[in-house]
Ligand binder design. Structure first.
Ligand code: SF4
Length: 85
């Protein structure tokens, strides 16, 4: 799970940084600077509380994507139909 902010909706109230200081700090104008790293399980409850407290619903929680599996590239054998000798 990750924390994201919709910059259009955010009105720099700063509540999110008070409720989730481990991942959100404020810039000089009071807008949040969000650490995009996935949340540790023990921080998820705090993140949900911060998202629920945001007065403009600008703070969102996104489910993290599982790591992409590595695709193996297998070369295909060449078939040559132009073997005219
Ligand atoms: S609480 Fe919401 S509106 Fe206020 S700074 Fe955080 S994201 Fe923006």
């Amino acid at each position: 799970m990750k924390v994201q902010v919709d910059p259009i909706r955010c009105h720099a109230h700063g509540i999110c940084a008070e409720l989730l200081p481990e991942r959100i700090s404020l810039d000089d104008w009071g807008y949040p600077i969000v650490d995009q790293a996935p949340l540790d399980p023990e921080l998820e409850a705090h993140a949900k509380r911060a998202a629920a407290a945001c007065p403009t619903l600008a703070l969102m929680l996104r489910a993290g994507q599982p790591p992409r599996s590595r695709r193996r590239i297998v070369p295909t054998p060449r078939t040559s139909s132009s073997n005219s000798s």
